[in-house]
Design a protein around this ligand. Structure first.
Ligand SMILES: [Ca+2]
Ligand SMILES: [Ca+2]
Ligand SMILES: [Ca+2]
Ligand SMILES: [Ca+2]
Length: 271
């Protein structure tokens, strides 16, 4: 994600600053500039039947590179950079108690952050709403079509609240315009259309893209490492990801068969 790139740039700037202030008499060679962090995301799935994440390190068919049992079978899986270190890690939202359980590594263990936020019937969404490099929590409430977004992964009130979308919409989130902040969107299942908004506020869609087939699950990711998150879908009957590198109609840029029939698709920069 863009936030990853920004964090890398900040780290590089910090190194350069330290060099400028260091005494030159030491004779120590100047460190090589660090290469920009890889912001490319790859696919993964959460298998409901065994409450396990199967994460893949490339957008190609094959075995999972990382397998992590985490959460309960009733949970909704999540992925994000909860601690701002450039790596996306796993998390879940438990509908029964409206609680997020976020883990800072893609390994088994207890949640590093637990946040009570939203109601049991809410749909979780996550993003870097304030552009500071960390992914934080949010929910979409279908009953009133309101988004509730929070800028920290802690229990507390929403920092941003607004209405958007229609009753049949599935909420999504991404950095559509590459400015470093995540904003919302929806996928309208009956007409297989993405509606994208470049600010977290009420107003018209900034982009409308027809993409996918009936029964597809929408997915958002940055598959090519440019500054933009883009739309994609996962098709359950043939367990195939249809990844697109532009927020425009067209054919998938990458097609990957991966996962199983009860799986939920994910995207992340896993390692
Ligand atoms: Ca992280
Ligand atoms: Ca943030
Ligand atoms: Ca943005
Ligand atoms: Ca991209």
């Amino acid at each position: 994600m863009k936030s990853t790139m920004r964090a890398a740039a900040a780290a590089t700037a910090a190194v350069c600053g330290a060099v400028a202030l260091a005494p030159t008499a030491s004779g120590a060679p100047a460190p090589e500039p660090r290469p920009a962090a890889d912001t490319t995301q790859t696919i993964g799935v959460y298998r409901v039947s065994d409450a396990t994440f199967y994460l893949r390190g490339s957008n190609t068919p094959g075995q999972a590179d990382i397998t992590v049992q985490y959460g309960a079978f009733i949970d909704t899986p999540l992925a994000g950079d909860w601690n701002g270190d450039g790596i996306d890690t796993i998390g879940t939202f438990r509908p029964g108690n409206g609680t997020f359980y976020l883990r800072d590594s893609n390994t088994r263990g207890n949640a590093d952050a637990v946040a009570r936020f939203g109601n049991g019937g809410d749909v979780p969404i996550v993003g870097d709403w304030d552009g500071n490099g960390t992914t934080t929590i949010g929910v979409y409430r279908p009953e009133n079509r309101f988004f509730y977004l929070r800028n920290s992964n802690t229990t507390g009130p929403a920092d941003i609240t607004f209405a958007w979308g229609n009753a049949a919409d599935v909420p999504i989130a991404g950095d559509w315009d590459g400015d470093g902040t995540t904003t919302i969107g929806t996928y309208r299942v009956p007409n297989q259309t993405f509606y994208l908004r470049n600010s977290n506020s009420n107003g018209p869609a900034d982009g409308t893209v027809k993409y996918g087939a009936p029964a597809d699950t929408p997915l958002v990711g940055n598959w090519d490492g440019d500054p933009y998150d883009t739309i994609s879908t996962y098709r359950v009957p043939n367990m195939t990801f249809y990844l697109r590198n532009a927020n425009s109609p067209g054919n998938a840029d990458v097609t990957v068969q991966y996962g199983g029939p009860t799986d939920v698709p994910l995207a992340g920069n896993w390692s």
